[in-house]
Structures are given as structure tokens and as C-alpha cells.
Design a protein around this ligand. Structure first.
Ligand code: NI
Length: 171
């Protein structure tokens, strides 16, 4: 099932999501499957549950956008366990469509997370994968990428979004 994407400034996007405590259930597996389906439908490389209106610490990442099953990553209750280096690149978000900003991020990260069965694992990434892991983990703490840009740029985005909402061009 494809869920509609929740757009900024819906409060669920800036709310700390709840830790998942029940694993290995049909419901959890179905939600993870639906998150991949919803992410592919939106042509994204990452999706966090709050972006479909579900305030739980679950995110999916697939840099191949469905082309390569080996690149699917399911992150439940993820935390960044180490980070190093710096990268500066453009970043966007399915919940803030039409906007992109330069965001400075660590170049390499390791994430500790649980899978759908509740098993803890660690995964590492560099460059774009590091950016995706950080962006999605941020989402689950209620942090959007625009919290990493200057307040001037953030206010400009807020103003533009307000205009789009008024014009009925933002869902
Ligand atoms: Ni996002």
C-alpha cells in the first residue's frame, strides 16, 4: 500500500518519534514493506515513518530506488554510533518538495539499529549513504534537514511554503 507523503509543516515531522518495542510481527513487516513501496512511488532514496504520518522510529533507505534489493536498509530505533569527516552537498526531502539546500554533514557514519525481527546490527556509509542515514535518523528525532541550514534560509523556505499553502499548491 502506498501512503501519501506528509508535508512540512505538519507537526508529526517535528515530533520525536516513539521507540519501537514490538518486533517480528506481521504489522511491523507490513509497515516496512509499505514504507519501501511509498518511497519508491515518491522516487525517494529514504523515508521515515513520520513522513507517512506514523510517529515511530522506523526508516528505510535504498539509494538504488528499487533497482537493487541488496541496497535496501531497514532502520528501527537507529542511533548514530560514530561519525567522521565532512561533506557539503545539496540535500532535499520528500516532505519539502521543490526545495534543496547545501547541507554540511559528516562524510562517514556508523548507525546502530534494530531490524524487523529486533536484532541489533551496525551499518556504515560514506558520502551519499552517510547523508541518507543521517537525514533519516534525524527525521525520527523530529529534525528536518532545514534545521541544518542558516535561520535566514530556513525562514525563506517557511515563507515560500506558506505562500504555496495559501495558493493551494501545497498538500
Ligand atoms: Ni526527509
Amino acid at each position: 500500500m502506498v501512503y501519501p507523503i506528509v508535508f512540512f509543516p505538519q507537526p508529526v515531522l517535528e515530533t520525536q518519534a516513539k521507540t519501537v518495542e514490538e518486533f517480528d510481527t506481521l504489522e511491523l513487516q507490513a509497515l516496512v514493506d509499505d514504507m519501501f513501496e511509498s518511497m519508491y512511488a515518491a522516487k525517494g532514496v529514504g523515508l521515515a515513518a513520520p513522513q507517512i504520518g506514523i510517529s515511530k522510529r522506523i526508516a528505510v533507505v535504498d539509494l538504488s530506488v528499487g533497482e537493487d534489493a541488496a541496497q535496501r536498509i531497514v532502520l528501527i530505533n537507529p542511533e548514530i554510533s560514530s561519525k567522521s569527516g565532512t561533506q557539503i552537498s545539496e540535500e532535499g526531502c520528500l516532505s519539502i518538495p521543490g526545495f534543496r539546500e547545501q547541507v554540511t554533514r559528516p562524510n562517514k557514519v556508523t548507525v546502530r539499529a534494530q531490524d524487523a525481527k529486533g536484532e541489533w546490527f551496525e551499518t556504515s556509509g560514506e558520502e551519499l549513504l552517510a547523508r541518507a542515514l543521517l537525514h533519516e535518523t534525524d527525521h525520527l528525532h523530529g529534525r528536518l534537514y532545514i534545521s541544518h541550514v542558516s535561520s535566514l534560509k530556513r525562514d525563506l523556505i517557511r515563507r515560500k511554503v506558506r505562500k504555496l499553502i495559501k495558493a493551494g499548491e501545497w498538500k
